[in-house]
Design a protein around this ligand. Structure first.
Ligand SMILES: Cc1ncc(COP(=O)(O)O)c(C=O)c1O
Length: 321
């Protein structure tokens, strides 16, 4: 690297006031974010040099902060600038951009009072990742309906973004043990919720349904429902049972880190398999995926990053068109 400029090419992070290369972004082992999962976060993507729905992600992040009573020491305006500066420093045109707030380390040694912690703000931009790898998306993901239930929403509000992933990780092991790519979890009453980092949809005729409970209100989910309106499909947020997945014409997942991700099979230890027509992604899923990315190229909900001047990293011309 020229001069003393750090190498941000593998990602840039903001850690409580300083910008560091991704590999140097570390938190203390005494931080409750680490030892108690007392942390919230959000992830927005940058595609072709532009944030997608940045304000929606900032809105949700602030709802999560309020829900967990976290107060990081930066304003929403500062967060927006910091996120953009991480992207500009990294130079990445396609990036996964995270914002986090951890409870922090208690100021008083051994304190069990969350009020004794100064909450952090951390952000980073790193190279693009897909929750479901691109080649698996192409052939259609194989989705396992796990026997492990999602933690009760009475204990953990799934609409507030969290890293309490023990149930998801157990579901992933179960899926992989059965030769499946990833897992979707049911709630304690047997309703379909979501998977580890994505919402789930089932298509029946021209109805595109997604669960009304137990799931994060995904920004990509909202985009899919907007696209359904545009494409003359009926998007529905509704209670869903295992049968809705097992009897669906098509199933797909949605997330910031991947977009619309078609499935080709759904499996369950007690009911068996639903192998979609031709064991391939279905036409409606493929159409939604194609339009989702085409509209990105047209500047849909885009906020461009100013790579030329990391001190002023936002061009601030969000377009909803
Ligand atoms: C548990 C969970 N559900 C759903 C989603 C999808 O949300 P979004 O589309 O806003 O990325 C995520 C994203 O990370 C998630 O972690």
């Amino acid at each position: 690297m020229p001069g003393d400029m750090p190498d941000f090419s593998r990602g840039a992070a903001y850690m409580n006031g300083t910008y560091v290369p991704m590999a140097e972004a570390k938190i203390s082992v005494g931080d409750w974010g680490f030892i108690h999962s007392d942390v919230t976060y959000d992830v927005v993507h940058v595609w072709d040099g532009k944030f997608f729905r940045l304000e929606d992600h900032l809105d949700r992040f602030h709802r999560s902060l309020a829900g967990y009573r976290l107060s990081p020491p930066v304003s929403r305006e500062e967060m927006r600038e910091i996120l953009a500066r991480c992207v500009a420093l990294s130079g990445l045109r396609e990036a996964f951009v995270a914002m986090l707030s951890t409870r922090g380390v208690p100021r008083i040694y051994g304190s069990r009072r969350p009020e004794d912690c100064d909450n952090s703000f951390i952000a980073y931009a790193c190279p693009w990742v897909d929750v479901i790898p691109k080649d698996v998306q192409e052939r259609g993901a194989h989705l396992w309906i796990a026997s492990i239930p999602r933690i009760s929403p009475l204990s953990l509000d799934p609409t507030l973004k969290n890293y309490s992933w023990r149930d998801f990780v157990r579901g992933l092991f179960e899926a992989h043990d059965h030769g499946y790519d990833t897992a979707v979890l049911l709630d304690p009453e047997g309703y379909v919720t979501e998977g580890s980092g994505f919402n789930v949809f089932a298509v029946k005729g021209n109805v595109v349904m997604t669960p009304d409970r137990g799931a994060l209100e995904g920004v990509t989910r909202r985009s899919v429902l907007d696209l359904c309106d545009e494409l003359g499909l009926v998007g529905k947020i509704m209670p869903m049972r295992t049968e809705d997945l097992m009897e669906a014409d098509e199933v797909f997942c949605s997330t910031t880190a991947g977009g619309v991700m078609p499935c080709a099979r759904v499996g369950n230890a007690t009911i068996g398999d639903n192998i979609m027509a031709n064991d391939r992604p279905g036409p409606i899923s493929v159409k939604l995926k194609e339009v989702y990315w085409r509209k990105h190229a047209e500047g849909w909900h885009a906020t461009p990053v100013n790579y030329d001047d990391p001190e002023h990293p936002l061009l601030m011309q969000t377009t909803a068109a």
